[in-house]
Design a protein around this ligand. Structure first.
Ligand code: PPY
Length: 351
């Protein structure tokens, strides 16, 4: 059985802060994985979980992903992540004050953790967290002096990553005429659709939310794929842009794609899934290498003082990073995930 105790004991991160927020009934988890390359940073995920252990496990895995993400990209940031696990009877009216209390908790850590948005939070929430948590909060709304939501920047990085995938697979980076299937059309997926249509790719999509699907009905040139056909539908690139764990022992045998390249975090259910993809001849763009765009633009604009255009220019580096990963994997005969991990670990092992 997975217990809170064993999760806390077995995690290889630096520390885990858990706060029960009595007024709302929520649990706040701040997972600080590594400060080796810089201040541990990562978004705040807010949702309901079946139990506290699953929320803790999610926070731990996501925080580790952030360490790898910044290391692979060569950024001077450490890895961390926060999860706000909402109770089943959560009163949405209590949300602003919950976020303010969360901000105060961040502030009390004195710079040991910095945050931004993730699934379930947006720039408006960062404004509230920053009321008490500043200056440790990225991505406030532009009206409040922040760089805003990360979705479009993450999508831009994934788009450049897809060019690397096409270059590796076809010897030509162009996406024109390539068939891309998006699983999930949230803020990342929506921006990615626009970039892909502009590049003349053939776009297929699914989303579990009926409202999202209806809203996309009138967008020309994109086609809906029902949930039960998502994995079996032939395509060049399968792009997971929703929640994690979608690449697993049940779904990988069904895939009829040439590559997997998407914006979601923690796409592999377990490490062995990288081998399963490799064995099927499917090129995998490691999630933490391809989805850095959001954090990269936020940090570049808010800390380095770059304009949005300059920050977006930096995101082009995702393409070179992925090509390097694919090259190392080819040379060493390992999976792309192993290659990315080696590149990250080499940076993390330097004193
Ligand atoms: C992520 O990339 O998954 C994030 O958590 C986003 C993020 C992290 C740090 C600063 C701003 C945004």
């Amino acid at each position: 059985m997975t217990t809170i105790q064993s999760l806390l004991q077995q995690w290889d991160g630096e520390s885990t802060v858990i706060r029960h927020d009595r007024p709302s009934g929520a649990f706040i988890i701040i997972a600080i994985h590594s400060s080796h390359l810089g201040i541990p940073s990562g978004g705040t995920r807010m949702k309901m979980y079946p139990d506290l252990a699953q929320a803790l496990q999610d926070a731990h895995r996501l925080a580790q992903g952030m360490t790898l993400k910044f290391a692979v990209a060569g950024m001077k940031r450490g890895g961390g992540k926060a999860v706000i696990a909402l109770p089943p009877d959560f009163d949405p009216g209590g949300r602003p004050n919950l976020l303010r209390r969360y901000g105060a908790l961040i502030k009390s850590l004195n710079g040991a953790f910095e945050t931004g948005p993730d699934v379930g939070t947006a720039a408006e929430d960062m404004d509230l967290i920053a009321e008490t948590g500043a200056p440790h909060v990225f991505c406030r709304t532009p009206a409040n002096g922040g760089s805003g939501d990360t979705g479009p920047a993450t999508a831009l990085g994934v788009f450049h990553g897809m060019h690397a995938v096409c270059e590796r697979l076809f010897g030509d980076p162009a996406l024109a005429g390539r068939r891309v299937l998006l699983q999930g059309v949230g803020s990342v997926g929506r921006a990615l659709i626009d970039l892909l249509r502009e590049a003349e790719a053939e776009v297929l999509f699914n989303d579990i939310d009926r409202g999202v699907v209806d809203a996309l009905r009138d967008v020309p040139g994109i086609r809906f794929v029902p949930a039960e056909a998502v994995y079996e539908t032939p395509c060049d690139i399968f792009a997971p842009c929703a929640l994690g764990g979608v690449l697993n022992q049940d779904t990988i045998p069904k895939l009829r794609c040439r590559a997997v390249a998407g914006g979601a975090n923690n796409q592999l259910a377990e490490p062995a899934d990288a081998r399963r993809l490799h064995a099927r001849g499917i090129l995998y763009a490691p999630d933490y290498a391809i989805n850095i765009g959001g954090a990269m633009v936020a940090v570049s604009m808010e800390l380095d003082g770059l304009s949005r255009a300059e920050a977006e220019e930096r995101v082009k580096s995702v393409r070179g990073t992925l090509l390097h990963i694919f090259e190392v994997a080819g040379q060493e005969g390992c999976t792309s995930e192993e290659a990315a991990r080696r590149i990250a670990e080499a940076r993390l092992s330097r004193p």
